[in-house]
Design a protein around this ligand. Structure first.
Ligand SMILES: [Zn+2]
Length: 178
C-alpha cells in the first residue's frame, strides 16, 4: 500500500493528509488515504464472488484509477481507459481472462508509441461522482451497482479528450485477439 506514496513522489505530487481528496474531491476527512480505504474496503453490498458481478469490480477499479492517475504508473491510464471504452462503447463482455490480453496488447502498443501520454483531466474535474458518494448511496446491492455504473460513466466522460486514442487501441486489441 506504500506504492501510491512512491508514485506520488515520482510525479512530484505532495499528498495531503487532511480534508477532501485532492484528486477526485470526495469529501473525506483524511484525503486520498481515506479515498483509497473506501476503494479497498467499500462496496461490499455487491457479491463479487458471483462472476456476473465482476463487471462492477472492473468499473470500480477503472473509475478510481482514472480519477487518481498521479498515484499510478503512466501507462495505467491506457489500460483502464481502453478497458472502459471496450465495455461502454463496444459492449465487450469483460472477464478476468481479458485483462492480461489487453496488457499484452498494450506492451506491443507501447513499443510503437513510446512517447504517448494520456494527460489526465484537471484535478477535481475527473467526473461528478466519486468513491465516497457511491459509498453513501450504497444502501443495497441494486443501488450500489447503479451508482458504480454512474461513477464509471462520469469518469469515462471526463477523459473524453482521449476517447479517440483509446478507440484505436480498442480496435487493435479486438483485431489481434478476436
Ligand atoms: Zn479520491
Amino acid at each position: 500500500m506504500q506504492d501510491y506514496i512512491e508514485f506520488a513522489e515520482k510525479n512530484n505530487v505532495l499528498l495531503k493528509d487532511k480534508g477532501p481528496c485532492q484528486f477526485c474531491n470526495a469529501q473525506t476527512e483524511r484525503g486520498i488515504h481515506e479515498c483509497l480505504e473506501i476503494f479497498n474496503l467499500g462496496f461490499q453490498q455487491i457479491d463479487f464472488s458471483n462472476p456476473k458481478n465482476h463487471i462492477y469490480r472492473f468499473f470500480i477499479v477503472d473509475a478510481h484509477t482514472l480519477q487518481h492517475p498521479e498515484i499510478h504508473g503512466r501507462w495505467n491510464n491506457h489500460f483502464h481507459l481502453s478497458r472502459l471504452h471496450l465495455i461502454l462503447e463496444y459492449n465487450f463482455n469483460w472477464s478476468y481472462q481479458h485483462s492480461p490480453q489487453l496488457s499484452n496488447y498494450l506492451k506491443k502498443y507501447k513499443l510503437q508509441n513510446k512517447n504517448e501520454v494520456l494527460s489526465p483531466p484537471p484535478l477535481l474535474k475527473r467526473g461528478e461522482i466519486n468513491s465516497l458518494m457511491v459509498l453513501e448511496k450504497a444502501i443495497d446491492e441494486a443501488k450500489t451497482k447503479e451508482y458504480v455504473i454512474a461513477w464509471a460513466k462520469a469518469v469515462y466522460l471526463a477523459w473524453k479528450d482521449h476517447h479517440h486514442t483509446v478507440d484505436s487501441i480498442a480496435k487493435g486489441f479486438l483485431k489481434n485477439n478476436y
